[in-house]
Design a protein around this ligand. Structure first.
Ligand code: DX5
Ligand code: ZN
Length: 219
């Protein structure tokens, strides 16, 4: 089954608990939480305190995507806030292997993300250690951007690297995904699809989940 991780970046923050409950009721498989610092990406949003509050109102696994410089300084805060999956950017990392170890040793699923201009070959030495790779299909920082088509080739190449190396690593794709392109992205090699604006701006979360589950062939 291909999993859907709605990104709260496009939710109504004033009604965040209700938005999360509605996503859970609609059958979302996890909840994607984007964390931006105004340095690594040109936007600022939430920190560990908000993750901790979200943890109290949902049973969904929290899929936390750090788009921040110096992530090592904050890993423990996001782990204790209740992250179930914690992803750092390769481009922001100095000692990526160590960051992944810290996350894994805490019993949290460790992800590594790459930007659209970063080649998948740069992941070759970390695939053995990471639990998940997050391929950005837009330039990180904002919701509602268009899916970059070149991502599909990167996904196929990544899938081959994973199978050739016998690695056990999940592939998540983030940015510009909607019910119309979800199947193509899944077929290229995604296990988890992030959906921000196409979910939270859809008006009817049940209908959106139903539609995307149907195109993906999810039972
Ligand atoms: C972009 C974020 C995404 C974003 C996706 O920087 O990492 O998770 O919320 O939003 P959509 O699905 O609208 O592209
Ligand atoms: Zn994200």
């Amino acid at each position: 089954m291909i999993k859907i991780s709605p990104s709260i970046l496009s939710a109504d923050f004033v009604r965040l608990a209700d938005e999360i409950k509605a996503a859970e009721d609609a059958g979302a498989h996890m909840l994607h939480i984007d964390v931006m610092d105004g340095h690594f990406v040109p936007n600022i949003n939430i920190g560990p305190a908000v993750v901790e509050s979200i943890k109290k109102v949902t049973k969904l696994p929290l899929d936390v995507h750090l788009m921040i410089d110096d992530h090592d300084r904050y890993l423990r805060d996001f782990i204790s806030a209740g992250s179930d999956m914690l992803t750092v950017h390769l481009e922001a990392a100095v000692h990526l292997h160590r960051s992944i170890q810290v996350i894994r040793e805490a019993g949290v699923t460790a992800g590594v993300s790459i930007n659209p201009a970063t080649p998948v070959t740069s992941l070759s030495e970390i695939l053995h250690d990471a639990d998940m790779v997050l391929i950005m299909s837009v330039n990180p920082g904002f919701g509602g951007q268009e899916f970059i088509p070149g991502t599909l080739g990167k996904l196929r190449q990544l899938r081959k690297m994973i199978s050739d190396g016998g690695h056990s690593v999940a592939v998540e794709v983030d940015g510009g995904i909607n019910p119309a392109n979800a199947k193509e992205v899944a077929d290229a090699g995604a296990d988890i699809l992030v959906m921000g604006s196409a979910f939270f701006r859809s008006g009817d979360y049940n209908a959106t989940m139903k539609k995307v589950n149907a195109v993906l062939g999810n039972a």
